[in-house]
Design a protein around this ligand. Sequence first.
Ligand code: AMP
Length: 433
Amino acid sequence: MTSAASPSTFNDLGLIPELQARLTDLEYSQPTPIQAKAIPSVLAGSDLIAGANTGSGKTATFALPMLQTLFLEQSTKKAASKGNFVTGLILVPTRELATQVADSVKSYSANFNGAIKTVAVFGGVSVNTQMQALRGGADIIVATPGRLLDLISSNAIKLDKVKTLVLDEADRMLSLGFTEELAELLALMPAKKQTMLFSATFPEQVKQLTQELLTNPVEIQVQSKGESTLVQRVFTVNKGEKTTVLAHLIKQHQWRQALIFVNAKKDCEHLVSKLEKRGVNAQVFHGDKGQSERTRVIEKFKAGEIEVLIATDIAARGLDIAKLPVVINFNLPRSPADYMHRIGRSGRAGEVGLALSLIDYEDFHHFRIIEKKNKLRLEREEVAGFTVNQANHDAADALKNDKPMAKPEGTGKKKKKKANQEDDVWSGWRKSK
Ligand code: AMP
């Protein structure tokens, strides 16, 4: 994979004035590395494979060239009549991502006076509304695979004329078991098309997809801009004290918003009521909630109307919450990859972010695995006023022969931080800001 090119201007990338003006309105001052590197090749028709996370600016990377090509084809009347055919197809793993990506595509095409129609289709909501939205066809569809297949089988949409296919979060899609649905969808599309594949990691299944789907692709590997601006901290907490510590941190730091991860739906509800007893209001976000409730909660959280959100891993991927100040792992995720996805909700698009993990002695071993898999080594800290007990020290001693792999991130020297030491890491996101 080649490294990312240095940023240029959107004009240099060959984007048409309508799109450039829109990007100026959105205050995108310059392309992100992935945009700078990929957009010219994608405009020229190349396939693309990108190792990129959300936060790197990847949505615009595929959406802008897609929109430009479609818009120019429409103006020169090259575009086929829509009927129930779609030209641009973006496949995503989750409902929230479908809405988010479709909203971005619509926003980027705001200067096209309605010439390009984008529709999001995903499960969990009425199929009729989506069928209505698809009436008269759509230029771009952003879809989760299952619902798209439903709509195809009821003849609401046809894939025979797909010219551009985007597989977003391909690793996630395959880990969620979409393999068969993807194969079914691919069989319905023309073999000759432009394909772009985005994946944070490249497990065997993704590599196989790459070989089957892409022709001489441009290959790009980028770090999410957010990753370098995200400070990670880990706090040792006595067993049974996590909720008290969490409530204390929330009250003390007055974060504008905090996204807190637990591992199970029932843990969400449980934690909300325990926080309430400690004077902290929170809401939940998990897979047992109906889709309209999920959408409502995310919207309120994004708007800052909900300050504390307790979520399962359905919130770990893809969600773009602008300037989310802090993500907290109340429970550690089982998979080290999910740790990275969770913390990636903060510190996005170059913003400063903070990721905290609360661990007790039962978590020590697992957290060490998370660190190793993600090539991290974080200093264990204590929360001021919550001295850790002997059980934690004993567990730490048991692991002491396991040498650090790198210096703790965001701390510089190896010097141990005092329990009551405050630093800039906490500030900057208070509600008053
Ligand atoms: P994405 O990786 O597509 O999820 O984008 C992450 C965030 O970065 C979104 O909020 C985008 O609106 C924003 N973004 C994308 N490209 C740029 C850019 N060139 N300049 C500033 N913000 C951007």
